[in-house]
Design a protein around this ligand. Structure first.
Ligand SMILES: Cc1ncc(COP(=O)(O)O)c(C=O)c1O
Length: 388
């Protein structure tokens, strides 16, 4: 089933034929041993991707469920958490905490910027924070968090490091066994979803718990959720033919295929490709006079929040792209109407981006701008080759 449109929103991302084919395979029973084998292999690649000695959970749901799952299993009602927010999705943790009765304090950066590690340290010095949430890439702003700076600060104060990888996992390294500047200074939880750099349609909540996060759950007698309690899923993920709740069988077929594609590409090669795509797409769009909300040093490999040059009408621009088969997303919050967001992650190709650049150039010319698409494509290809 070839895609008719080029879906370059920041998730869902284009689904490749192998994954569509897997999704449409005949549905088996959720207790079938053949299904369990497919699921177990997918879980084992997921563990490798996050390089964790802990446990991974893949259940029906979206990224918001995985955010909730990460918190409900590690932080009890009444306990304190620090939220490091680089935009709309960082802020979403406040809502999750409110629903769960967790005391949330948030440090929010101006949109397009990062929260300074010094501010985080100042806050953690107050003491009593059980965990800190960090959004690896905030999909509203295109800002990437700097794990090299943030993990050591958080771990120095003994808090759990909870990473929202919804717009990052499989596009940026999230290595839960990596020590960030100190013994056992590691990421404790990565939560994510299927529809972005993993390249599967929306529908799966994916969460990896490291040993310290698992210990935190074991120390809590009960948690305020039945479906999201990892203790209800732990034995199921080891023996997926067992029943707790019915698995989303066809989504797991698709996910298993995606994990094979990711492993075959190689984790490091895939992260390098994403970095190169991010840099090269931004370099190309600069040729068109576009600017970016985030500075290049903090810009994500997976999506960009792009600001229009003068004279571009947002609604006309995006609907004209859509008529040509290219779908992008509007900017959010204070930036609505001033720019657009372009996803550049998952199982996408340089050919697709070269085409997207040409379509964007053509649309800008329709709006009266004098831009050179072929020059922009050339820059894209050159910068990609330099970084891949
Ligand atoms: C960084 C981030 N976190 C969480 C979410 C919530 O995920 P979902 O919409 O799948 O519930 C999103 C959604 O785009 C996201 O980009």
């Amino acid at each position: 089933m070839p895609n008719k449109e080029l879906l370059l929103v920041p998730g869902p991302t284009p689904v490749v034929d192998e994954i569509y084919e897997a999704l449409s395979r005949e549905t088996m029973s959720h207790t079938d041993l053949r299904f369990a084998e497919i699921f177990s292999e997918a879980l084992s690649i997921t563990k490798k991707m996050f390089n964790t000695d802990g446990e991974v959970f893949v259940i029906a749901g979206s990224g918001t469920l995985s955010m909730e799952m990460a918190l409900v299993n590690t932080v009890a009602p009444g306990e304190k958490i620090l939220i490091v927010s680089h935009g709309y999705f960082g802020d979403r943790f406040i809502g999750v905490c409110n629903a769960l009765g967790i005391q949330a304090e948030a440090l929010a950066a101006e949109w397009g910027k990062q929260v300074s590690p010094a501010l985080i340290e100042e806050k953690l010095q107050e003491g009593g924070y059980k965990a800190v949430t960090v959004t690896h890439v905030d999909t509203s702003t295109g800002v990437m968090a700097n794990l090299d700076e943030l993990v050591p600060v958080v771990k120095k104060y003994g808090a759990l490091f909870i990473l929202d990888g919804v717009c990052a996992s499989a596009g940026l390294e999230e290595d839960m066994n990596k020590e960030y500047g100190g013994k056992d200074y590691k990421i404790d939880v990565v939560l994510t979803a299927s529809q972005k750099a993993i390249g599967v349609p929306p529908g799966l909540a994916i969460v990896a718990f490291g040993p310290k996060a698992l210990e935190a759950r074991r120390k809590m007698k009960k948690v305020a959720s039945y479906y999201a309690d990892i203790l209800n899923w732990s034995h199921i993920m080891k023996e997926p033919f067992k029943y707790f709740a019915t698995h989303p069988i066809n989504m797991i077929y698709g996910y298993a295929e995606a994990m094979k594609i990711i492993e075959a590409e190689g984790f490091a090669a895939r992260y390098r490709r994403h970095t190169a795509i991010g840099k090269s797409i931004r370099a190309a769009l600069r040729i068109f006079g576009m600017t970016f909300l985030a500075k290049e040093e903090v810009s994500a490999p997976t999506l960009s929040c792009i600001l229009y040059p003068q004279g571009v009408d947002d609604t006309e621009f995006r609907s004209s792209l859509a008529k040509k088969g290219l779908i992008v997303a509007g900017a959010l919050g204070p930036l609505t109407g001033k720019g657009f967001r372009l996803g550049h992650m998952g199982n996408t190709t340089t050919e697709q981006f070269s085409n997207a650049i040409r379509v964007i150039g053509e649309t800008l010319r329709e709006q009266g701008l004098n831009v050179d698409s072929e020059q922009a494509v050339k820059v894209f290809q050159q910068v990609f080759a330099d970084h891949n």
